[in-house]
Design a protein around this ligand. Structure first.
Ligand code: THU
Length: 128
């Protein structure tokens, strides 16, 4: 078991408890860990105007950034519907721009997987 982020998956699960997903019934939670050790939780928040839906990962990192956090170390992601959930394309771009090559933590207490964002998203868009 990877023990680098022992509590972060649990924090993401706590985040998922607040998921608002009445349209998809697909529940997601996320937890961002800053380099200073703070944790910001997120959940997916849907909307009847479907394009307004925001993924759990973006809710968590937007919360961190909006509180002044500039240095992010890791994000844990969980879903009740997918034991190996990975961030969508839009979230990969956002995480890269706001968090750099952070660690992505997925799995559960008995099997934790840590992936670098660059392994999932090797060629991000960069505005010149
Ligand atoms: N969703 C996330 O929150 N994170 C992901 O990585 C993928 C998808 C949400 C968006 C929507 O509320 C639901 O899952 C189904 O797509």
């Amino acid at each position: 078991m990877n023990s680098k982020y022992p509590d972060l998956l649990h924090e993401a699960e706590e985040g998922m408890a607040r998921a608002y997903a009445p349209y998809s019934n697909f529940r997601v939670g996320a937890a961002v860990l800053t380099r200073g050790g703070k944790v910001y939780r997120g959940c997916n928040i849907e909307n009847g105007s479907f394009g307004a839906t925001v993924c759990a990962e973006r809710v968590a990192i937007f919360k961190a950034v909006s509180e002044g956090e500039a240095a992010v170390e890791a994000i844990a992601i969980v879903s009740a519907n997918d034991p190996r959930i990975l961030p969508c394309g839009i979230c990969r771009q956002v995480l890269w721009e706001l968090g750099g090559d952070l660690d992505i933590v997925i799995g559960n207490a008995s099997s934790v997987e840590v992936l670098k964002l660059s392994s999932l998203y090797p060629q991000p868009f960069k505005k010149t």
